[in-house]
Design a protein around this ligand. Sequence first.
Ligand SMILES: NC(=O)c1ccc[n+]([C@@H]2O[C@H](COP(=O)([O-])OP(=O)(O)OC[C@H]3O[C@@H](n4cnc5c(N)ncnc54)[C@H](O)[C@@H]3O)[C@@H](O)[C@H]2O)c1
Length: 362
Amino acid sequence: MMIRTIHVGCMGFAGGRLQGLALCKGLEPMACVDVEVEAAKEAVRELQARFPDWFPAGFEKRVYRTIREALERHEAEACLIYAPTTVHAELVVESLSLGLHTLCVKPIATSQAEFRSIVEAHRARPELLLVQGQNKRWNPAAAKMREWLQEPHGIGTFLGGECRFWIRQNLSRQKPKIPDVYLEGLFFHSAASHQLDQLVAALGLPAFVTARVHRRRDESLGQRGVWGTAGGAAMLEFESGVCFCYTGTRAGHGSPFWWSGSWTFHGEEGDILRDGGHLQLFRRGEVVEDVNLQDLHPGLIEDDRIQFEAFARAIATGEGREWLQGTTLDTWILMEACNVSARNGERVDVAAFKEEMFGKGY
Ligand SMILES: NC(=O)c1ccc[n+]([C@@H]2O[C@H](COP(=O)([O-])OP(=O)(O)OC[C@H]3O[C@@H](n4cnc5c(N)ncnc54)[C@H](O)[C@@H]3O)[C@@H](O)[C@H]2O)c1
């Protein structure tokens, strides 16, 4: 069963997602939404000309200014949101209110008030699937790490680990007002979430978090010293007392680890070492598996195709639905808990914070 889908955002990074949608088996592109309607039509026309078999005939004409307008003209069950970060929450609320299963690229919200508005809208339509898009958990390297953390043939009982994320990302060349450098707290929500989402996807939420942020100003990278935008560290404590340490920066002096990061995990039965797509499983002094797998696909189109297929499957059959919705929203909770901890200099009880954000009975 194909899930008829409206796609929000047609240009820039969003345009690549439109390619992911077209390639995906399970979602059927019905219409696009973009505030820059004419420019978006042109972008879709170019895509249509390059890949004539990907979209339905005349698709380039199906670009509208709002989700409601698109839905008035085309039937749909789902919506993918790839507009700028500052409008995510209002678009998610609109999409849910119109009865659409919704996947919105991270961060789904930039403040606790925005997150609560989404929870309210979802509370009114709980049958709809709501997902925070996290494209970096889907590639084969990320999937292999998750398998070794979850399956009996992996590391066994988890004893501890760490992740280092280190890139030199020049945001000064991008739009003058890219939210990642002017909105407080976006290091955890838009950079660290790429790695820590993979941890939440495999091991769930920790019980406590203690975090701090870097104070970094480097105009050549676009870093203006806005709180919580450049880098940070977090110690995650799981229920069993096991700790996981994270340190990351998007404003580094080099780029040795990139978006996937460098990871180690210790377990009763084995240890994992991962650098990007290179993963090794150690057991009793031996390397028992050593693999080089596809890490992030160029342009992330393949990563998103896989993500969209999982979204479609969850809607059509229910497969993975609870995990997909639960763990991706939990990643938002964990990232915001990191911000709360760093702001207040406190150790945050993650379950209590989650209940505060969702309210009772969600
Ligand atoms: N997960 C990742 O790997 C990753 C990578 C890059 C960007 N992103 C995220 O993707 C999102 C989009 O990034 P971008 O660089 O493509 O942004 P962008 O500013 O280029 O906007 C994307 C598109 O949305 C349109 N748009 C703007 N406001 C809109 C609105 N109110 N309704 C409908 N359409 C609207 C724009 O015209 C544009 O076509 C951001 O949230 C960004 O953080 C994620």
